[in-house]
Ligand binder design. Sequence first.
Ligand SMILES: [Zn+2]
Length: 209
Amino acid sequence: MNHTDHNDICSELIAAARRCSENGMQSGNGGNFSARIPGTEEMYVKARDTAFSEVSVRSVVRTDFDGNLLEGVLRPSKESLLHGVIYRTCPDIHAIMHCHSPYATAWASTGMPLPFSTYHSRLKLKSTVPVFDTKSYIVPESFFPQILSLFKEEPETTAFLLRGHGLVAVGKTVREALFRAELIEETAQIAILERLLTAIPGNKPIDFL
Ligand SMILES: [Zn+2]
């Protein structure tokens, strides 16, 4: 891994964050993202109090998996510890996107796993997308064992939802984590609209079987 590769990872993270902002998946300065630096116990992570819309090289900092700042001047995201523990436990996960996208967050209020409302989501999301009710704006460390056991028991897990908070999508690359976050939001939007429409007498939900 050379300096250019590192720059590529940062550029991908910045582009992904801007895209999330532009497509309405994250407003204000919430949400965060990170990417593992291959071959190390380090990651690039969004700095605290930075909006997705204004992320720059300065607001992507380098930390270890305990969230200790290694490079940069801004403080890393409060969720760095969660991201680090996921990278440490799951060697196939290289990127994480977390945002407060409205439909996924609305679905999380049900406490039920996200229903795969389209053929595409069924094909791509594979494993259940569960909801964790952490009762907090940040994932407390007491929830880490539950989250890690999800990835251990279901290695194909692509994402999970946080009740009253948002979504967390993972991937082998920044691109994959971004696309999964977008698909989760799209799937939640369609699931919610489908349920509203099928409340009309005579309309039936899609039968995938
Ligand atoms: Zn959040």
